[in-house]
Design a protein around this ligand. Structure first.
Ligand code: PAF
Length: 290
């Protein structure tokens, strides 16, 4: 496996392969790789001839009060996982290479970034959209894969790749979960043993909400209430938002017809957890409109 650190060497490697007709798959990460990343890497490996994983803890997507300096950086372990999974290039640019003096351009996707994570973390999505656009420019992938756990992020990246004609196909893969339902995340290691025990309440709440909708309850307020009650079984979890939304616009719904996404964010101590579940009920719309 090759380790590349500069934008220029990365672009040169990709250009050479593209000229040879090789398809390039790409999994952008901030490192601290877990089985969720592993499943993205495996899916990309199956679909493309060559595979690049980037490891870059992007300062632009952290606010001054967030965990940038404490963010886990187990680089030896991350490289070992990449090697095990047959990654061809681990792209590890420095912050200086990404944001050299004089850097000015910011990419924003205003409507999709407005609510939910965008409200809780006001500069986060501009940081994500900017770095992902830059990474696409350096890696020049044919296909890039993202996890559904960061649903809003994935929606926004899909939109920017389309709007800016970046020539990269975006694939979003199902969230990988621990046995008790907790969505895998690099930040789960921050949870104390007690916090870890109650953390699955978020996915349980989303499942309860989905069950209610699938059981015929189209009134969103009732599903939101059951989700909140599930979480509030533990007094040490604080709900930031629990919402039933349109899968594409992420605007809140008041009634679910045939599809929706349930989005949730909670805080346990100093740790923020997010998760989501899709509701797809083909046929429901037809019945409702006839
Ligand atoms: O999901 C992440 O790990 C990051 O937001 C990403 C997409 C690698 C951009 O820094």
């Amino acid at each position: 496996m090759k380790i590349i650190r500069t934008a220029r060497s990365m672009a040169a490697w990709s250009e050479r392969l593209r000229r040879e007709g090789v398809t390039i798959g790409f999994v952008p990460t901030m490192g601290a790789l877990h089985d969720g990343h592993r499943s993205l890497i495996r899916a990309a490996r199956l679909r493309c001839d060559a595979l690049v994983v980037s490891i870059f803890v992007n300062p632009a997507q952290f606010s001054p009060t967030e965990d940038l300096s404490a963010y886990p950086r187990p680089i030896a372990r991350d490289r070992a996982l990449c090697r095990e999974e047959g990654v061809d290039v681990c792209f590890e640019p420095t912050a200086q290479a990404m944001y050299p003096g004089g850097f000015q351009t910011i990419v924003t996707v205003p409507a999709l970034a407005r609510r939910w994570e965008g409200e809780a973390r006001p500069h986060h999505f501009a940081g994500v959209a900017t770095v992902v656009t830059k990474l696409f420019g350096m890696v020049r992938p044919h296909l890039a894969l993202f996890g559904q756990k960061d649903y809003q992020q994935a929606a926004l990246i899909r939109q920017l790749a389309h709007d800016l004609n970046l020539g990269v196909a975006i694939q979003v893969r199902q969230t990988v979960r621990e046995r008790d339902g907790l969505a895998m995340s690099s930040r789960n290691i921050y949870l104390s043993a007690d916090e870890r025990r109650i953390a699955p309440l978020l996915s349980q709440a989303l499942r309860a909400g989905r069950q209610m909708i699938e059981g015929g309850m189209s009134d969103v307020a009732a599903s939101e209430q059951i989700m909140r009650q599930t979480i509030e079984q533990a007094s040490t979890i604080h709900v930031e938002y629990l919402a039933v939304c349109d899968q594409d616009s992420l605007e809140p719904l008041s009634v679910v017809m045939d599809r929706a996404v349930l989005l949730g964010a909670v805080r346990i101590g100093s740790v923020r957890l997010i998760d989501n579940l899709l509701v797809n009920m083909p046929g429901r719309k037809r019945r409702a409109t006839h």
